[in-house]
Design a protein around this ligand. Structure first.
Ligand SMILES: Nc1ncnc2c1ncn2[C@@H]1O[C@H](COP(=O)(O)OP(=O)(O)O)[C@@H](O)[C@H]1O
Ligand SMILES: [Mg+2]
Length: 311
């Protein structure tokens, strides 16, 4: 008999990019709570931080009974690994707290995970990935419908994200060219970049956007490609405005559009709620953070950006 058709086809958002501690887990769980509670969407939060899984603790769950480990080792379908969070319409696939790192995931396992994610019966699947630039994390960004980068307003975090996005774009270019029979062309061109007068990724992309055999495919592959930016732990207007300069820098050197969807102020109550393992948004519905969370989630849903000139 044919398999029951899936009733919902989820949109997949990945939250990651850059280094640890910027607030990826906090943002992913806040997005999940907002979309399920306020927007009445059926949401799955999936802890894909291999090596640092802790999304379950946001919901006060100490030792989840089921986790991604069962998917990888016991071949349990992903849909069966959803556990309740205590919030209506929001379920969690807990991370594998025993796994070591993203290195351990083989290509076939990753493909299978991505396939199962798209088959989950939910409106949204939110992936919380770890920091770092491992190619498995890069591929998760390339697989998702939306890639959301959470960074803090400090130079290290911005540089980290820049490196990460550079790797994402370079990998996407290589994969696109390989798919159309130009295996190795991106690498060769980059290796001879001095000769071609290419000094950054944007110029590499531009090179292929003008090269007769590749211009259509590269235009097509990158026309909709963008990253969504959230600045976390901001403390001043200057921090908030950093979003706009990141946007123009990334355009200039990476040739990529960045949608600056919002920011969150630094506040000790967030940190405290994490320590007490209480989901922040549930207990602070009237706070200004709730408003900030609403703003970036709505911007993500509507394709808008923060408007810094609006009062
Ligand atoms: N806006 C904020 N203000 C204060 N503390 C925050 C804020 N966002 C996150 N935190 C705290 O920073 C720490 C790291 O956040 P977390 O979401 O775990 O980061 P990541 O998943 O990127 O490693 C946690 O203790 C969390 O409570
Ligand atoms: Mg985390």
């Amino acid at each position: 008999m044919a398999k029951q058709p899936q009733t919902k086809k989820p949109k997949v958002w990945v939250v990651g990019g850059g280094k640890g501690g910027t607030g990826k887990t906090f943002v992913a769980s806040s997005l999940g709570i907002y979309l399920s509670e306020r927007r009445r969407k059926d949401v799955v939060l999936l802890d894909a931080d291999l090596g640092g899984a802790n999304l379950h603790s946001v919901f006060g769950l100490k030792q989840p009974k089921k986790s991604l480990n069962d998917f990888f080792e016991l071949k349990v379908p992903l849909e069966e690994l959803r556990i309740e969070t205590g919030i209506k319409n929001l379920s969690l696939v807990a991370g594998d707290i025993h796994s070591l790192s993203a290195d351990n995931i083989r290509f076939t396992q990753k493909k299978k995970l991505f396939r199962h994610i798209t088959q989950l019966n939910a409106n949204y699947v939110l992936l919380d990935v770890g920091g770092g630039s491992h190619y498995n994390i890069i591929d998760t960004f390339l697989f998702a419908d939306k890639g959301i980068a959470v960074i803090t307003p400090d130079i290290l975090a911005v540089e980290n994200m820049y490196q990460f996005m550079k790797n994402v774009i370079y990998r996407k270019l290589r994969m696109t060219l390989r798919f159309y029979g130009f295996k190795g062309l991106a690498q060769d061109t980059w290796a001879k970049r001095g000769m071609y007068k290419i000094s950054n990724i944007r110029e590499l992309l531009d090179f292929f956007k003008h090269f007769p055999e590749t211009k259509d495919i590269v235009h097509e592959a990158f026309s909709e490609f963008k990253i969504y930016l959230i600045l976390n732990k901001v403390r001043s207007m200057q921090d908030i405005h950093l979003g706009a300069s990141i946007k123009s820098t990334f355009q200039k050197y990476l040739g990529m559009d960045t949608q600056y969807v919002g920011f969150l102020e630094y506040d000790d109550s967030i940190w405290k709620s994490t320590r007490q393992q209480k989901p922040f948004l549930v207990h602070h519905t009237e706070s200004r953070f709730a408003t900030e969370i609403e703003l970036f989630t709505e911007n993500l849903l509507r394709g808008n950006e923060v408007n810094l000139w609006e009062e």
